[in-house]
Design a binder for this molecule. Sequence first.
Ligand code: MSP
Length: 639
Amino acid sequence: MKENNKSKKTFYITTPIYYVNDVPHIGHAYTTIAADVIARYKRLSGYEVLFSTGTDEHGQKIVSSAEKANLTPLELVDKVVLKFKNLWPLLNIKYDEFIRTTEERHIKVVQEIFNKLYQKGDIYKGEYEGWYCVPCETFWTETQLTDKTCPTCGRKIEKIKEESYFFKISKYQDQLLSYIEKHPQCIQPEVRKNETISFIKSGLKDQSVTRTKKSLKWGINVPFDDNHVIYVWYDALLNYITVAGYNTDKEKFEKYWPSAIHLVGKDILRFHTVIWFTMLMAAGIEPPQMVFAHGWWTIEGEKMSKSKGNVVDPYEMIEEYGADAFRYFLMREVSFGQDGNFSKDLLIKRVNYDLANDLGNLVSRTIAMIKQFFNNKIPEAVTKKEVYDIELEELALKTIKEYNTQMNNLSINLALETIWQFIRRTNKYIDQTAPWVLGRENSPKGRLSNILYNVAESIRLITILIYPFMPGKAKEVWEQLGMETDLDKLRIDRDAHWGKLKPGILVKPGEVIFPRIDLKEKEKEEVKENIVNLISYDEFKKIDLRVGKVVSAEEVSGTDRLLKLKINLGKEIRTIVAGIRKYYSVEKILGKKIIIVCNLQPIKLKGIESQGMLLAAVDNNGLALLTVDKEIAEGSKVQ
Ligand code: MSP
């Protein structure tokens, strides 16, 4: 990796800033953990590191979620941002900056750049006619579509026709191509770079970069036109230079920019290359050192989605397996850049084989032997080295070297594989040298000292190397080994050398660091949990379910989801607002007898009070209303 050519080694790494329309999931955790691993590694390598993450708080998507939650956009973002901020420390993430796009410092930068590009003639007024995907906050032209769904997420898109400001991306097409050619590392992995190049070569069209306030108010104001707000991506991308101190802290900016590495998911690579690089070029700022696109996680082989109910909640993972085991799994399971598959079984296997058997065992048996044979004192290597010792020491040196190369290439799963080969070799060394035999009474202790020193030294080195991945567990091992320096004060080039371990230090035998997960016990627990989830008949009886007939239906304006229904419940007519328009038209639902939850607290949707809820079954293909299978009077109780 390149560093800024200033006197100190500096390094800047970023995660995407996450939309706060919803709570964090495995995808957010994945990028943020990867960035934390790399940041910690760089700090260990003596760099001054700026690691930044944050939240993307403007745009249509936030507005829609706020409406659903009956909150203002500001209330929603202030609430959801905490879910992210509270999660990161629990996952052992140590960032330097957290940016929210609603902060004043950011708004200022966005407006400055917007003004600058407008003055320069790179932003101009026109009319946008095309399509927009709200979940992806993406504009699509007619030619990019095969039907009326979003090419990225497959969801319904909406037509837009309105006045808009445009950014002259087309002007920068050649400059962008030649920049990428001259900086082959700036988009990684290679295959993603090639995709980007072909996209650029297919022709760049000027990008709409504002929305009128008639269609969207929740955004940063265009500084010179009161009728427009800035497009959420145009605003969001600029967070990376806001954090680096653009126009506010010259020294910081020169120190960290353009050494930035942006980690992003593959789905948002194009924004981070085509739009971001050209925006910077237009503003006269050098593009970042690298944008690295990682792959996506499927869950037990399936796409993760709310409707499938398979979204992996990082809070739950921490609770069930601990932060470091989850971190280890995500970093180890797939090669960084490729897609991966998540399942609890795979995670448990990694915990049991790699963490409990290989590493945990190595640590616990070594500490136990030092306790038993040397009264807790790390022995001295006193006798001449034998062949197994030399092999172990040589492998340690090779491991550190390869690890450094792999970490610097962002081949982070390979770096773990390299460490684990060394862990396995150290375990084998113990088996080959059989210290428990040498430890028998009356045996000379010289050879035994050597062996246990070598193993303890291997564990010390392993702990330094795993620290970026599992900072919490590394600290536990470190303490059991009797080490007192803070792990984050270490430097690989100074401390990761064979022989630096000082004999005489007292080990501190403690708890098992990586307990095995007993699958049978786990299954039992899950069954128990399900039982806990059962409700009593009395609880069920509290729900007032009744048969109701749909006597009128109309579309709610300003949304494409909602229908306003009047339901005859025998003794009364209720109004219910339901988000089913995608599956049921007015004609299709009129006259149906359906099941209504009648004693639910009313809520307001689009200003209409909804006095109950209808019941429906949902699967991957859509939604089906619950009805009755023969004629029955309106208002009949369902029991
Ligand atoms: N706000 C934008 C980013 C702006 S950066 C200037 C955004 N936010 S997001 O909340 O939708 O975050 C998406 C991130 O999570 C992306 O990097 C995306 O690739 C990642 N993931 C979402 N689902 C994922 C998986 N199933 N697996 C891995 N990562 C995934 O986009």
